[in-house]
Design a binder for this molecule. Structure first.
Ligand code: IMP
Length: 528
């Protein structure tokens, strides 16, 4: 008789062995493990019987706001202004506009997202007739494109008087020549309000590179560009308000009295979600702000409270009426909170403990900070978060605020913590209500500002839309490997013990990295 068991009985034998790997609750028991973070564990693979592109990433950021992808951008002044928020919403996520600026500027950024129509450049670079060829060449060198509308004021909203393209200045070597002398004035324009398809056909017929869009008085409102026409996509995942069809956008606020005016203005311009921005959200100030907002706006606006890392913190905010919670203290890539304040929690444990509790009340959670690759996103979702908030991972894309610069031949952009002294200085300059970074990290009575973050730089990541496409496809493949068909079903399968885990020793972490190569180049994705 054979010493081996019958292969057709493999599933029965498997039952005798018991499930392989660890249940989430075994993995997370922080008394044994000392607190977990993303790199400390791996998800065990499951069974694949579906293609990766059928994996649904639909989720909720808050009680009443559903998203097609779980991606949220941080309210930081080097990450999220209108451009980033528009791109996030187009790709199925949501951007949270930072508040390190005046109420008016923040409201204007929210409004721009709400008024966005795919295909129109709503903030084109505009020059005046007094600018010179040198100015055009300089902008072309910095930004890579060289066609600009010319208005009387040199600003958007001014009367359109011409357009200058590289063709107009190509052979003119006198760089101090004013644009009024070389610009084209035989303009083909379109009136604002026309559908994009019509604007596109005018542009095609005109055989020009740019179509300025003007109002009834001839003032420049926006621009349609031929190069965009060629690459203009549909965005089937885009996050939109089902009634108005406008893109969804969130905004951060503090909890001071002046922030109540800020919220009123943001609601007036159509914000969908308010994020109460604090590194330690369990405070009487946040509870009062939630109560004030709920009594003033009812359920019109969802409120994300936080940040929290414990169940006790979460309980207070849930009781006050929070529609979502933001989890993380000290896990951010630019953050020195744990070092300086001695408070915080390893992010894996924090995400699980808070999410497990908040799910009892139907309150979705955001895993905020420390997300530096697709694997971390997948793990945060396994731990119970419904979405992930990213700062550093999106920093350096072309849609972030700020300009590129070069360090040792590498194209870079600034990325800084909102608790860095650098951000705080700008908060003093630009915010007329002592809000933003000051309010998040410093008390009014503080004589000395203790920094909780650093200011640095990150390399150019190109367009955030391509990058988010990479995150979307990568995350679908990750769930496929787990044998899971949707983000919505993932946590249930985790808690049923069907998705299982393994701890990762320091040498296992080393093994999972790239090994033994003398040189290599790490490219994240290709779009071809
Ligand atoms: P990252 O995605 O790891 O770069 O972390 C971004 C997150 O760090 C933000 O969403 C904030 O929660 C947090 N954060 C932003 N600025 C600071 C800071 O100066 N100190 C501590 N945490 C910060």
């Amino acid at each position: 008789m054979s010493q081996f068991k019958d292969p057709s009985k493999a599933l029965e034998v498997l039952k005798e062995f018991g499930p392989d790997g660890l249940h989430m609750s075994e993995l997370i028991d922080s008394r044994n493990s000392g607190g977990l973070t993303y790199n400390d564990f791996l998800v065990l693979p499951g069974f694949i019987n579906f293609p990766a592109d059928s994996v649904s990433l639909e989720t909720r950021i808050s009680r009443n706001i559903a998203l097609k992808t779980p991606f949220v951008s941080s309210p930081m002044d080097t990450v999220t202004e209108s451009e980033m928020a528009i791109s996030l919403a187009l790709m199925g996520g949501i951007g949270i506009i930072h508040n390190n600026c005046s109420i008016e500027s923040q409201a204007a950024m929210v409004k721009k997202v709400k008024l966005f129509e795919n295909g129109y450049i709503n903030e084109p670079i505009v020059l005046s007739g007094d600018h010179t060829i040198h100015d055009v060449l300089e902008i072309k060198r910095r930004l890579g494109f060289g066609g600009f509308p010319i208005t009387e004021t040199g600003k958007l909203g001014g009367k359109l008087i011409g357009i200058v393209t590289m063709r107009d200045i190509m052979f003119n070597k006198n760089y101090s020549t004013k644009l009024s002398e070389v610009m084209s004035t035989d303009l083909v324009t379109a009136k604002c309000g026309i559908p994009l398809s019509e604007a596109n056909s005018i542009l095609e017929r005109s055989k020009k590179g740019k179509l300025p869009i003007i109002d009834n008085e001839g003032n420049l409102v926006s621009l349609v560009s031929l190069s965009d026409l060629v690459k203009n996509h549909d965005y089937p995942l885009s996050s939109k308000n089902p009634e108005t069809k406008q893109l969804l956008v969130g905004a951060a606020v503090g909890t001071r009295m002046a922030d109540r005016d800020r919220v009123a203005k943001l609601v007036e311009v159509g914000v969908d979600l308010i994020v109460l921005d604090s590194s330690q959200g369990n405070s009487v100030f946040q509870i009062d702000m939630i109560k004030h907002m709920k009594s003033t706006y009812g359920n019109k606006i969802d409120i994300i409270a936080g940040n929290v890392v414990t169940r006790e913190q979460a309980a207070n905010l849930i009781m006050a009426g929070a529609d979502g919670l933001r989890i993380g203290m000290g896990s951010g890539s630019i953050c020195t909170t744990q070092e300086v304040m001695a408070v915080g929690r390893p992010q894996g444990t924090a995400v699980h403990q808070v999410s497990k509790f908040a799910r009892e009340f139907g309150v979705p959670t955001i895993a905020d900070g420390g997300i530096s690759n697709i694997g971390h996103i997948a793990k945060a979702l396994c731990l119970g978060a419904s979405t992930v908030m990213m700062g550093g991972l999106l920093a350096g894309t072309s849609e972030t605020p700020g300009e590129y610069f070069y360090i040792e031949g590498k194209r870079m952009k600034k990325y800084r913590g909102m608790g860095s002294l650098d951000a705080m200085k700008d908060s003093e300059k630009s915010s007329n209500d002592d809000s933003g970074s000051q309010a998040r990290y410093f008390s009014e009575s503080d004589k000395i500002k203790v920094a909780q973050g650093v200011s640095g730089s990150v390399t150019d990541k190109g367009s955030v839309k391509s990058f988010l496409g990479y995150l979307t496809t990568g995350l679908q493949h990750s769930l496929q490997d787990m044998g899971v068909l949707s983000v919505e079903s993932l946590y249930g399968l985790v808690m049923e013990g069907k998705v299982r885990f393994e701890q990762r020793s320091p040498s296992a972490q080393l093994e999972g990295g790239i090994n033994g190569l003398a040189t290599y180049e790490k490219k994240l994705y290709s779009t071809s």
